[in-house]
Design a protein around this ligand. Sequence first.
Ligand code: FAD
Ligand code: A2P
Length: 276
Amino acid sequence: MVKMTEQTLVTEKPAKPHLPDAQTVNSVQHYTDRLFSFRVSRPQSLRFRSGEFVMIGLMGDNGKPLLRAYSIASPNWDEELEFYSIKVPDGPLTSKLQHIQPGDEIILRPKPVGTLVHDALLPGKRVWFLATGTGIAPFASLMRDPETYEKFDEVIMMHTCREVAELEYGRKLVEDLQNDPLIGEMVEGKLRYYPTTTREEFHHMGRITDNLSSGKVFEDLGLTPMNPETDRAMVCGSLAFNKDVMAVLESFGLREGANSEPREYVVEKAFVGEGV
Ligand code: FAD
Ligand code: A2P
């Protein structure tokens, strides 16, 4: 469209075409060369249970949407949606997604699903959130949901990464939560955060599987060992981690549950493949 002003001829850019199911990026934060988080607008009609995932992505070069599964990291009361993401150097989606800026658009299919939801667990006293790497994303949602603290007396967040910098997203989230004017009081004394590294010096180290099997985490936090009467768990990490931690949970007598059959623990893959 061409518009005449007093002395200049101004050519207006055509409006950016909207993507189907488009949401606007509001903010982006980078943590390491492999990790970043971003917040986008939330479709007004989108209802989800904290812990669920959706398909998000960008328009591919072939004109077709390039979508991947992403856990919603924000709680269900939040006005925006938050995601926590890996950057895979040659990854079809994340090699591009890592460059998004505020004002850009992403595609978001508003059909939330997943097993890491309160409905899939029987009532209990303590809940263990067990995550490696980006597997903390669904727990970033669940840790900020008041329902978690209404349902359980104690919430133990175990997060393990290779290096200290990879723990930063979770560390900051827990710190902000403890200081939050609304939910801070609910969280106080109930949320126990137990981050560890495996390949860089840190005050607590070791794999989640080892720290559970050896009893080190119970000792460090002054807790009684897990038992199926009181303890519930939610697991999210690589396939290898999930498999190994499930064996540990079973050794404590916990059984895998699902939306259709709530039991003592539930599991979801943080990604498919061997990891980068
Ligand atoms: P892809 O072709 O999808 O992956 C290439 C390779 O990169 C994979 O084979 C794997 O080896 C590795 N890889 C992929 N994702 C990860 C990861 N998260 N951590 C370590 N290595 C990885 N990813 C997130 O970053 N955040 C999430 O919240 C998230 N939630 C998911 C929930 C579910 C249920 C599933 C199944 C996957 C989830 N993923 C998540 C993984 C995500 O769907 C994509 O695989 C990821 O965004 C990379 O996309 P890509 O196209 O760049 O590479
Ligand atoms: P480790 O350094 O001993 O392999 P990754 O980046 O490979 O996905 O790993 C993320 C974290 O999960 C690392 O600290 C890694 O420990 C740990 N991990 C990887 N595989 C397993 C497993 N099978 N059981 C327990 N922890 C695991």
